[in-house]
Design a protein around this ligand. Structure first.
Ligand code: HEM
Length: 156
């Protein structure tokens, strides 16, 4: 049974979670309103302009990802992570307003995923459309249908 002390050892589980949030970041964009006039890469930004930063677009930018459209957890191998600018991946935002629940969320996902794949096999139901719907967070428009089969494992 995976527990808190196993988290550091579940490195590939973490890569799978990170890759999932790269392709489908739950917080797919964040908004900012500048308190003063600014300029970014030659573009003038007026005071109070409504700005959106697309996390989803950065997460698929071919400049930063070897296989941008594929599910490829090796994007998060220590070697590949070293090569990438830090903010090319920011599922929890960045800076002073960064998510305060990020460590909690990651811990929860890691433990749950490890527990679930140990006890069950998951298979996507063929033909069911998986359509991302960008609401406040990114959701699957028609849900995700899976066949779930119990595995025979002894949990210590
Ligand atoms: C996979 C799970 C989660 C994702 C992807 C996520 C994503 C984000 C993102 C992108 C932001 C930045 C918003 C911005 O910059 O405008 C944010 C902020 C925030 N998140 Fe999360 N979050 C997650 C889980 C959680 C959890 C579990 C908690 C609480 C226990 C939490 C609490 C917050 C709070 C309070 C803020 C606002 C911080 C501030 O404005 O100073 N989040 N989150």
């Amino acid at each position: 049974m995976p527990g808190f002390e196993d988290l550091r050892k579940l490195t590939y589980t973490m890569q799978v979670i990170q890759e999932g949030m790269r392709l489908y970041p739950p917080g797919f964009a964040i908004g900012r309103q500048p308190i003063a006039e600014d300029e970014i890469l030659g573009v003038k930004i007026p005071t109070n302009a409504i700005m959106f930063i697309s996390i989803a677009a950065m997460h698929r930018d071919p400049r930063y990802w070897e296989r941008p459209k594929d599910f490829y957890p090796e994007h998060f191998s220590p070697e590949q992570e070293k090569e990438r600018p830090r903010l090319a991946y920011m599922p929890f935002g960045a800076g002073p307003r960064m998510c305060i629940g990020n460590h909690f969320a990651l811990m929860e996902m890691q433990l749950l995923l490890a527990l679930l794949v140990r006890q069950f096999d998951f298979e996507a139901v063929e033909g069911h459309p998986i359509v991302p719907e960008p609401l406040i967070t990114l959701k699957p428009k028609f849900g995700i249908l899976m066949k779930v089969k119990e595995r025979k494992v002894e949990l210590a």
